[in-house]
Design a protein. Structure first.
Length: 364
């Protein structure tokens, strides 16, 4: 099969995964890269042998069909618009954007130009999540009625770019929520409404406090204190069109807890869904008559880190003239669900969602 040529915009931390993608998914080939900080794209040229250039030079490359947008969330919509205006298909890292109106413009432009729009996470194509989807579709737990999605921790102070996570466009929901909400929508279909209460436990964060001492000991530089600009504890209920009701908490304010990442409760049994920020298992099921949870064998492959599988699927979908699965409508719907947590809390009411999406199966 002729390889689809792709360009990478944004040569930061996650980019190596995508540079290496063409070794795993040989239907795509990374042929150019750019970064607003030229030394970063130059470093990737040296590491991966992929020519570094400016964004404009990359957009002007005639042979590039898909642009992988690996910039920070605040510029995702802008780079996607630039990509589409250059006549190329746009595939972004998560989240789809930080503003619902800007994200809608990306969807509209893609449609107007007849170009594809896609966005991570693609972990729902991993063996663990696909097995859960199949088990639900095959009726292992009957009709899903309710469940929980819990992504909680004390925050990413360990990371050198920790302050980023407390600024507009990040926080636990926009940073980690995409994995959880996408997994839920993949299993249960589109959502209908969100009712939530959101807050923050700490007005400022300090690396070097008791939690972070060990990290400083590891040689990481202390940042001192920095202000928290986003809500860091978001608790709410997502109502799905199917009737299922999921309780979700995304938090950077919790030291320890004992919840599974996602649990789904149906009319015939319950499902423990693995961490949707990974590709593997374990998947555990309980059905009426079982003495205890039973670990289910995984029905699908791709259980190791396969990030960029969504971009590879887009490349194949283009060749086969079918829909791609990690698509913009899904990501845009997930974004609206996530942003509706703060909106519901601020307005003190339930938010009826305006977007929806179709879940694309491999066969379609
Ligand atoms: N780091 C991870 O482990 C990880 C994992 C999954 C997803 N992501 C997502 O991937 C995206 C990038 O994350 P990262 O950790 O690599 O961030 P990063 O800050 O390390 O890298 C982003 C890069 O984009 C560049 N950039 C910014 N604006 C640009 C512009 N207008 N044009 C060209 N380049 C520009 C920056 O200079 C930087 O080099 C984010 O959306 C993040 O949520 C990151």
């Amino acid at each position: 099969m002729k390889k689809t040529k792709v360009g990478i915009v944004g040569c930061g931390m996650i980019s190596d995964t995508y540079f290496n993608a063409s070794k795993k998914f040989n239907m795509i080939e990374v042929v150019a890269c750019s970064d607003i900080i030229p030394s970063r794209s130059k470093a990737k040229e040296e590491a991966h042998g992929v020519p570094a250039m400016t964004n404009d030079e990359l957009f002007a490359q005639k042979d590039i069909e898909i642009v992988l947008n690996l910039t920070p969330p605040q510029v995702h919509s802008k780079i996607a618009i630039d990509t589409l205006n250059a006549g190329k298909h746009a595939y972004s890292e998560k989240p789809f954007g930080v503003d619902i109106d800007d994200a809608a413009k990306v969807i509209a432009l893609g449609k107007a130009k007849g170009l594809r729009v896609g966005c991570a996470p693609d972990t729902f194509l991993g063996g663990g999540q696909q097995t859960c989807r199949k088990m639900i579709d095959d009726g292992w737990i009957g009709k899903p009625l309710s469940g929980t999605a819990m992504v909680m921790g004390r925050g990413p102070e360990k990371w050198p770019q920790a302050p980023f996570f407390y600024r507009y466009g990040a926080g636990p929901m926009l940073d980690l929520g995409p994995y959880y909400v996408t997994a839920l929508v993949n299993m249960l279909g589109p959502a209908k409404s969100v009712t939530a209460f959101t807050t923050k436990g700490f007005e400022e964060r300090t690396i070097g406090d008791k939690v972070a001492e060990e990290y400083v000991a590891e040689g990481l530089k202390p940042f001192g204190k920095y202000k928290v600009d986003v809500t860091t504890h978001l608790a709410g209920v997502i109502e799905f069109v199917s009737g299922a009701v999921i309780t979700m908490v995304a938090s950077f304010d919790v030291y320890r807890h004992g919840h599974s990442p996602i649990e789904i409760y149906g009319t015939e049994g319950s499902l423990k869904v693995p961490d949707p920020n990974t590709f593997g298992g374990p998947v555990k099921v309980w059905r009426r008559g079982y003495a205890d949870w039973v670990e289910a064998p995984l029905s699908h492959i791709y259980t190791d880190n396969s990030r960029s599988i969504g971009a590879a699927d887009m490349a194949i979908a283009l060749k086969n003239n079918r829909k791609h699965r990690v698509n913009g409508e899904l990501a845009n719907h997930v974004l609206e669900v996530m942003l509706s947590f703060d909106k519901s809390s601020k307005e003190g009411k339930r938010i009826e969602l305006k977007t929806t999406c179709e879940i694309v199966n491999a066969e379609s």
